[in-house]
Design a protein around this ligand. Sequence first.
Ligand SMILES: [Zn+2]
Length: 212
Amino acid sequence: MSQDPKVHSFAAPVPSEPRPSREEAELAIRTLLRWAGDDPTREGLRDTPARVARAYEDWFSGYTVDPEEFMRRTFEEVEGYDDMIVLKDIRFESHCEHHLAAIIGRVHVGYLPTNKVVGISKLARVVEAFARRLQVQEKMNAQIANTIQKVLEPKGVAVVIEAVHQCMTTRGVHKTGVSMVTSSMLGEFRKNPLTRREFLSVIGNPASSVDG
Ligand SMILES: [Zn+2]
């Protein structure tokens, strides 16, 4: 099977057009303010294009990070621990690539290590690197699972994401209170229903505590 580098690399996509200047970006935001029906020269909006450009640098800082490379630098080797590790409730904020609206949610990760593990703060950085790009929840879910699989080479990986999409809750059909749940199950979590059930029961019960 041919390997498409776009599918198998978790580095940021390479833009087909050069990056615009800061001025061009601010001008584009000014245009959007006019499109919304407001006056970009009025007092309250005068600094908005510059503020939005700075906010974009923060919200989309994930394009400058290669999560796979980061994880390779920070995993730890452990001997003889092969029980399930579950890291739950990793908070994230992202933006949907269809509307630029916020996606706010939590990621739960489970894996069966062979001998490599990663701590929750490091994993949170990996999640953040993917979240701080324009995203589709299913894609982000697969990216996190595939990165863990590729770097830690565990016997299996499970990633579940629960998130609220503001493009669903604040516009269009206004589906308030609806969260979207996606999951990727690889290896043992896909093959073995008992392993999958164990993981799902751990993440479904916030009162349970898990070592790792
Ligand atoms: Zn959207």
